[in-house]
Design a protein around this ligand. Sequence first.
Ligand code: FES
Length: 327
Amino acid sequence: MDPLRLLLPRTQAQPLLPLPTGVPAPSVRPRLVPRGRARRHRNGAARMLPASAVASESPWTEQEPPSGEKEERFDWLDQWYPFAPVEDLDPGAPHGKMVLGIRVVAWYDRGAGEWRVFEDACPHRLAPLSEGRIDDKGRLQCVYHGWCFDGRGACKFIPQAPALGPPVHTNSKACVASYPCVVQNKLLWFYPRAGPEHADVLQRKRPPFIPEIDDPSFVTSFLIRDMPFGYDVLAENLMDPSHVPYAHKGLFRGLPRLVDPGREEYDKEGGVPMAVKVEESSVNGFASSQGPGYSKFVAPCTYYGSPASKKSEVRTWDGSKNWSVPS
Ligand code: FES
């Protein structure tokens, strides 16, 4: 069983998107977390537990759909996740972050001229490598006892090991898990599976590509903000235009007032039915149109929209695949 599944609150662990037509919904919704797992802060935000803590908790069961019915599942670990805009990362220091309950550290391997993303735990005593430093040879050095790692995660130096003793640093247990990563659209992305069988994942699957970000005729602004709730809540908010005249009252002046044919009563905010049409959907995302504009969601975390028309792009988008990738 995928341990990440245990980290997800019940509602998040379910496929967020409609099942394809012809696949009946299970009569009993699968219970994906043990009772009591989804703990909440007083402000309502779910609290993520470390994977080790989750694994030690009570066993749980998942009710399968009735036999013969295949539910299309979303594989949370077979995805690319944005770490940060590269312009926000200091190449002279490691940077820690938690993504879907996985603690990772990004650092710049100046010898190779590439960013790296490792598990943020030293193999010696599990100190966070994000608290370490880049040594004078350009390696990632743990702040606790000074072990040094190269860009592949191999331990290259253990200060306490005698020079004439066995080469303990070459032991595989001294290696750090290194995740596939790539810079695309000025963002550092990583893929949260570190095994050697995933080293070439870029050949098979790339992060969603947004051509406008690399197009100099567009202006790009990166914004990072910590929210006291999951990213999925924000993504759903961005997909929901009907909240704008109420939650953002007065902030968007000059927008045309929409009309609802046949309606006699409007409130002063001007809320009306939203003509959003889902053109395609699967567990991997959806494409929709709204008036002349359109939006696309590539699960798990890329949402892209425009008030301008690009209908041809929407209609050719295949929810089971990534968008076009740079050659
Ligand atoms: S915990 Fe990292 S070197 Fe000891």
